[in-house]
Design a protein around this ligand. Structure first.
Ligand SMILES: *[C@@H]1O[C@H](CO)[C@@H](O)[C@H](O)[C@H]1NC(C)=O
Ligand SMILES: *[C@@H]1O[C@H](CO)[C@@H](O)[C@H](O)[C@H]1NC(C)=O
Length: 160
């Protein structure tokens, strides 16, 4: 094992042990949309309560008895967050956030209370990149550069 891979493994372990479940990072652009994933892949009861919270413990979306409940939703998320009600039964509690703002950057937690499952998602919102540059190639160099990250993510999933 090279020093580099030993180092990567250490980073990975710290990374994994640090959070209740593995972190997932997603990236969006100002004004754009993003899906924050939250998947529970085991059987679920018919009625589920789940809560999305942001870095300030503000409600992003509550799912109350398998229906979205907007009563306690933080002001900044009004009209910008939706979920996929037909997917709840498959354990898919992902949310779609629209009109992204820089302030949306931060950690989000999906807590499926019914089964005590926690999913942490780190969102980064940055300025939309200039469109003048040539589109990145769909394969080749760009793909290779992301390989370590893919391997890391896979390891992370295995460990958790
Ligand atoms: C779920 O909805 C009911 C009825 O609207 C409400 O009384 C209750 O407080 C809600 N529970 C949670 C955990 O939000
Ligand atoms: C969860 O649902 C969303 C919205 O339909 C979809 O984009 C996503 O791929 C689903 N995730 C899984 C793992 O099925």
């Amino acid at each position: 094992m090279t020093n580099r891979s030993r180092f990567l493994l250490l980073v990975l372990l710290v990374f994994c042990l640090n959070s209740v479940s593995c972190l997932e990072s997603v990236e969006g652009f100002v004004g754009g949309i993003i899906i924050l994933p939250c998947i529970y892949d085991q059987p679920l009861p018919a009625e589920v309560n789940a809560f999305w919270r942001d870095k300030n413990d503000l409600s992003v979306l509550d799912i109350n008895k398998s229906s979205p409940d907007y009563n306690f939703q933080g002001e900044t998320y009004r009209g910008r967050v939706s979920s996929f009600t037909d997917k709840y039964k498959n354990g898919n509690f992902s949310i779609l956030m629209t009109n992204l703002q820089k302030d949306d950057t931060g950690r989000y937690e999906c807590y499926v209370k019914t089964v005590s499952y926690r999913k942490i998602v780190d969102l980064t919102v940055s300025d939309k990149p200039a469109v003048t540059k040539t589109d990145r190639p769909s394969s080749g160099a760009a793909g290779l550069k992301e390989l370590p990250l893919v391997v890391l993510s896979a390891l992370c999933l295995l460990l958790c």
